[in-house]
Design a protein. Sequence first.
Length: 173
Amino acid sequence: KEGIPTHYVQEINDRDTFVKKVEIVPLEVIIRNVAAGHFTLRMGVPEGTEFKTPILEFSYKNDDLHDPFINHYYALALGLATQEEIDTITKYAFKINEVLKKILLDANIRLIDFKVEFGRLSDGTIILADEISPDTCRFWDATTGAHLDKDLFRRNLGGEADAYQEVMKRLLG
Ligand code: TMP
């Protein structure tokens, strides 16, 4: 509805979804609105610092190298994506951010950051090909700042199941 093509076709049951087959572009595309996670470690900026503008970041999807941080010149030089694909991915990523921020704020949730991946259909069309969930985003309660995402697990704080259910309840009613 918002002009971002996705791989989604149909939900079959709680655990299975039909999606379009793609060749994944080997980039983790991260958008950050507020400092957290690796950004705070890398840049020494306190967690919770709101950025003047959203940040787009690329990592190279490579487990052996632990998904290293790269810029778009790396992606071009290594043939991971073309300039046109990077432009499309960048446009979609910022648009996804705007759409998600609004949906979440209506549920009193702040979108701190998130990661998405994109894929190519057989004709080369770039589409969003990922889940969007508390596993792949940072969600903070807009009033209390409570974490409603995987950081509860990553930081061994507990309560992740309740937090995930809370996000689902707020979004789906
Ligand atoms: P980071 O601060 O650890 O780089 O994470 C930024 C966002 O990306 C955060 O919302 C979690 C998400 N993420 C993933 O979904 N998968 C990953 O492998 C990583 C490193 C981050």
